[in-house]
Design a protein. Structure first.
Length: 278
């Protein structure tokens, strides 16, 4: 649960639209993981604090800042296990910040419901969570499609934006856009990717049933990409399948096919990705 150069820059970017984060609730104490060199290089207001708190939230406008945790060990103001429904009155907040907590919560559905209930109508929910190549960091890594399906008009959310972050670079941000809700968002990578999500809540409503879009497409019998392929393409595919039946060639074609598929799905080649300057 930390604020880094990446998350600071993205908060700065969206603060131009949000203007005032109001009463803020952080899931977990928000560590400050910014080096002295990074403070200078990116012109970030310096702090000796170990955590963001009610007295210091960089140069962002806000009214109050609290944190929620399952344990008292880091001194959070609110103690609650996000695996369990929120039954006591712990207030509602203008901005919920989840910078590295949700991946550590076993009951992820209840966790997301809790986040929704803690956010005021008209408030913002902001996540930054692992997406790729963080196996073992937490219980979960997150797909962009989850948040597009969750934070949409049907569930009374709007202004939802998703940014992929290459964690090995300080200035590489990729906006996920033009999502059609008709196919999967497959983003392979050979670097650790995090997913930054910003959405705005319209009013209180429980999440409806959520399914992956490509399955919904099949259930509705919408023409698939496979059926649109040319006869020549289908013929070539059949030839490859026949070659795979030949001894010694099957492993070669299978390996080449797997590598080709992996590279094809690389996030940098996706039609849904656009590099943005932040």
């Amino acid at each position: 649960m930390a604020i880094t150069v990446h998350t600071y820059k993205l908060l700065k970017h969206y603060s131009e639209k949000i203007l005032n984060f109001g009463n803020v609730l952080s899931l977990g104490r928000l560590d400050i993981l910014i080096s002295k060199d990074e403070y200078k290089k990116f012109n970030i207001p310096f702090s000796k604090n170990a955590y963001v708190n009610n007295d210091f939230f960089f140069d962002f406008k806000f009214n109050s800042f609290k944190s929620l945790d399952a344990s008292e060990f880091e001194g959070s103001e609110i103690i609650h296990d996000l695996n369990k429904p929120i039954e006591k009155d712990i207030g509602k907040y203008d901005t919920i910040i989840d910078f590295g907590t949700s991946e550590h919560v076993f009951d992820i559905v209840q966790n997301l419901k809790n986040i929704n209930s803690l956010c005021k109508n008209g408030g913002h929910i902001i996540h930054c969570l692992p997406a790729n190549n963080n196996c073992g960091h937490g219980f979960w890594q997150f797909s962009p499609e989850l948040f597009f399906q969750l934070y949409n008009e049907k569930n009374c959310f709007y202004e939802t934006e998703l940014i992929l972050i290459n964690m090995l670079e300080k200035n590489k941000f990729y906006k996920v856009e033009n999502y059609t809700y008709l196919e999967r968002l497959d983003f392979n990578s050979d670097v650790p990717l995090y997913l930054f999500v910003k959405t705005k809540k319209r009013n209180n409503q429980n999440f409806g049933p959520i399914f992956q879009s490509d399955y919904e497409k099949q259930w509705k019998n919408i023409t698939s990409e496979e059926s649109k392929k040319s006869n020549l393409s289908k013929l070539f595919k059949n030839l490859k399948n026949n070659f795979k039946k030949i001894p010694f060639l099957d492993k070669f074609f299978t390996y080449r096919s797997d590598i080709k598929f992996y590279k094809k799905k690389n996030y940098l080649r996706s039609k849904f990705i656009k590099r943005v300057n932040i």
